[in-house]
Design a protein around this ligand. Structure first.
Ligand SMILES: [Cu+2]
Length: 295
């Protein structure tokens, strides 16, 4: 191929764009972006550890692939027919066979020192401060906050024609999940009809929603913002249209949201759990229920 000036310019242009994407990619918001490559920016400690593990694995994979490629090229050249008119007839070489068994084994053992503890950390959290129950339906999600006494509400994708403001096509929902930042949140995932999967890339969560079974995961969100995810287990014709939208807010704002949700229909002996104050303080303090109702 002859590299004309125009071709060179095009090639240079794409290389610069690729480099820019590599550098800018991780800094973009927590949602898919056009031409985005790489991961969404981490919004939880687990996701940061997953990213770090991924980066280590990438180096290991690259080194192995480079070694295998170099060996192949060497073998093709060194043992080509022209240089070896009389091929060797031997089979088996104990030393080589032991090496190519033991070395990969040691590599896998080495990786497991990193990956297995991470799997355990991802699995569950000790003493969560609150619980979110997620239920998959064909084709929307249901969310319930048992500690806050918020009954299940359903969360549907906003249709194309109804998109307003900064809503995102195919990702925004009519009822986002509201979660507090800096809080250990236990997430219980189930399904009411077929298999779904509750997947939030920025949190490092992808947990299958299985009918008749409760799966557990957890998250501690680092910073406030809106995060998007999608159902990640093909569940029928509406599979692509049941997105997840999480609004991460401060712990105070979360309490306020809970107060707004439950209204004044509260059993005083068994009030909803708040994060920054007791229910009595909420009712008796500045944030009186009457005030909230008046807003
Ligand atoms: Cu689904």
């Amino acid at each position: 191929m002859v590299l004309t000036a125009a071709r060179t310019r095009m090639l240079t242009g794409s290389l610069i764009m690729l480099a820019a994407l590599l550098v800018v990619g991780p800094a973009l918001a927590s949602q898919p972006t056009p031409w985005g490559i790489g991961f969404q920016e981490a919004a939880s400690p687990i996701k940061e550890q997953i990213n770090a593990f991924h980066n280590v694995m990438l180096v290991i994979i690259f080194l192995i692939a480079a070694l295998v490629l170099a060996l192949l090229v060497f073998v093709c050249f060194r043992f080509r027919e022209k240089a070896n008119p009389e091929p060797a007839k031997f089979t088996h070489n104990t030393a080589v066979e032991v090496l190519w068994t033991v070395i990969p084994f040691l590599i896998v053992i080495g990786i497991s020192f990193y990956s297995v503890p991470l799997i355990f950390r991802m699995d569950r959290v000790e003493n969560p401060e609150m619980t979110l129950v997620v239920r998959g339906y064909q084709w929307h999600w249901g969310y319930e906050y048992p500690d806050q006494q918020i009954d299940e509400f359903l969360s549907f994708m906003v249709a194309d024609d109804d998109i307003t403001g900064d809503q995102v096509r195919l990702l925004s929902t009519d009822a986002p999940v509201v979660l507090p930042v800096d809080t250990d949140i236990q997430i219980l995932v189930g399904a009411a009809d077929v298999l779904h999967s509750w997947a939030m890339p920025a949190f490092g969560i992808k947990t299958d929603a299985v009918p008749g079974r409760l799966n557990e995961t957890w998250v501690r969100i680092d910073r406030e913002g809106t995060y998007f995810g999608q159902c990640s287990e093909i569940c029928g014709v509406g599979h692509a249209y049941m997105p997840i939208e999480v609004r991460a807010v401060s712990r105070e704002a979360f309490d306020q949201w809970v107060i707004d949700q439950v209204g004044d229909d509260v059993d005083p002996d068994n009030p909803p759990v708040l994060l920054t104050m007791t229910w009595d303080e909420a009712v008796g303090g500045d944030r009186q229920l009457a005030q909230v109702a008046a807003d």
